[in-house]
Each structure stands twice: as structure tokens, then as C-alpha cells.
Design a protein around this ligand. Structure first.
Ligand code: DGL
Length: 267
């Protein structure tokens, strides 16, 4: 592996595979090293201090391999730990919040933007701060949606699922009551819910942090002269627990056609 340079991607678990999927699609020539901290998922309900410590450990693990960049493919870790990671590691580090905020700030026509995210992300106020950097007139309405990650992890994300509909409606009602025209799915698991969200509120422009992140990564890496120009990238997957079940569970996030296995990380 030593001649190969990777884009190191990490998440609290498997949700960040939605980001990896977008990156593989957008930059198929890049080599990807994914680490899912499945021993400690979820991060979204943990304290900021603990999330920072876990994020530092995640990048430490990735740094055992030759990296050209790191992607924090977890909204929660990005919202809380990005500053710490940038201080501690001498690597280009990209996130998911900045790109999605930029896109939302430019997309809204009535300056009312909704954010659905984990409790820790909402508490950090990171989306609001980032959106105001690009559009100071925007009003940002956040909603912590703690039931959504467990739902998706249990395979419940399809738009015709009555449980998904009930839970989403409850969360969306509060946001739509504020007259939002743009909604950011500010969590790695939520892109899977995007069809269900659109079936409830078809008039909203829905922005997935996972897709926005891949586009921004490509732009950022190009600027730094880090992009591969040819070849087919390879992918390696590591998890901190339960590698046996990776293949089955990862398919939910990577897509049915992506066959991937993971190794257990010795951390
Ligand atoms: N990856 C997290 C995020 O994007 C969701 C899962 C968790 O809470 O760890 O916020």
C-alpha cells in the first residue's frame, strides 16, 4: 500500500459511506480509505468533549496510511471537532458542513433555511455560523432529529414506510411552519430519507450534505493540486467493531450494487 496515497474518510459508523459513495462517484480515480468508528457510534448524542477525542483518534488511525487529504464525513464530528483536527494534524482536512451551508446560502430565495441534524450538531450551532458567513440575511431554523439515525440503521427509510412518514412529518412540521424554502439534510444518514422528505414537502429544495461535500472536495483538491488524473481508484474499508456485518449493513449506505468488505482496525 505504501506507494498509494489515499483520501482518508471517517465517520462515527457507516453513515459516512453516503459521503464516500458521492466521492467515489465524483472522483473515481482517487484511492479511498474509509474508517467507521462502529465501536462508538452514535456520536450525535455524546458530549462535545468526547466527540473531539474520538475524532482525533479516528484521524490518528487514518494517519497510519499515506494520506493526501482527510474528509470528516460526519456532520457531528465536523460541527464539534474540525478546529481541533486542523490544529493537530498537518493535512488538508475537508468537512461536510461548510459545503452544504454554502450551497444552502446560495440556493434559498426567501432567506429561510431549515437544518435537520443530530442533537450535538444542532447544539454546536455550526450550520448557522457557516450559513451566515455566506448569507448574513439568512434565517436558520434547526431541528434535532434523534429518531432518524436509529430508523435508517434499522433499514426504515423508504418513502412508503408509515413509521418514516409519521416521524419525518413531526420533525418537518416545525421547520415548514417557519416558512423555509430550503432544507439541509445535515447528517450522514439523512440522504437516504431524501425521497421520503420530498414526498412530504415536494416544494422544498433539499440539499444533501454528502453530495455537497464531494463536489467541494473535488474543487478543494484541484486547487491544492492533489487530484489524480487517471486510473481507477481502490477502496479500503476499516471499522472499529463488527467487521463481519459490514458488507450487509454497508449496502444500505453505499447502494445495493456496491459490494464492500471491511477489516477490523486495531486501534
Ligand atoms: N454521522 C453522524 C452525523 O452525520 C450521524 C450518526 C451519529 O450520531 O454518530 O451527524
Amino acid at each position: 500500500m505504501s506507494d498509494t496515497q489515499y483520501i482518508g474518510i471517517f465517520d462515527s459508523g457507516l453513515g459516512g459511506l453516503t459521503v464516500a459513495k458521492s466521492i467515489i462517484h465524483t472522483m473515481p480515480e482517487e484511492n479511498i480509505l474509509y474508517f467507521g468508528d462502529t465501536a462508538h457510534v452514535p456520536y450525535g448524542t455524546k458530549s462535545h468533549k468526547q466527540i473531539r477525542e474520538l475524532a482525533v483518534n479516528d484521524v490518528r488511525f487514518l494517519s497510519r496510511f499515506p494520506l493526501k487529504a482527510v474528509v470528516v464525513a460526519c456532520n457531528t464530528a465536523d460541527s464539534v471537532a474540525m478546529g481541533t483536527l486542523q490544529e493537530q494534524f498537518d493535512l488538508p482536512i475537508f468537512g461536510v458542513i461548510e459545503p452544504a451551508s454554502h450551497k444552502a446560502a446560495r440556493t434559498t430565495r426567501n432567506n429561510r433555511i431549515g437544518i435537520m441534524a443530530t442533537s450535538a450538531t444542532v447544539r454546536s450551532g455550526a450550520y448557522e455560523k457557516a450559513i451566515h458567513r455566506y448569507n448574513e440575511n439568512a434565517q436558520v431554523f434547526q431541528k434535532a432529529c434523534p429518531l432518524l439515525v436509529p430508523l435508517v440503521e434499522n433499514g426504515r427509510y423508504r418513502k412508503d414506510d408509515p413509521v418514516v412518514q409519521i416521524v419525518l412529518k413531526e420533525y418537518l412540521d416545525e421547520l415548514t411552519a417557519n416558512g423555509i424554502d430550503t432544507l439541509v439534510l445535515g447528517c450522514t444518514h439523512y440522504p437516504l430519507l431524501s425521497e421520503a422528505v420530498q414526498s412530504i414537502v415536494p416544494e422544498l429544495t433539499v440539499i444533501s450534505s454528502s453530495e455537497a461535500a464531494a463536489d467541494a472536495l473535488k474543487r478543494g483538491m484541484k486547487e491544492l493540486g492533489l487530484c489524480e488524473t487517471e486510473g481507477d481508484g481502490i477502496q479500503h474499508y476499516y471499522v472499529s467493531d463488527d467487521a463481519e456485518h459490514f458488507e450487509e449493513n454497508a449496502r444500505v449506505f453505499l447502494g445495493e450494487d456496491m459490494k464492500a468488505t471491511a477489516e477490523l482496525a486495531q486501534i
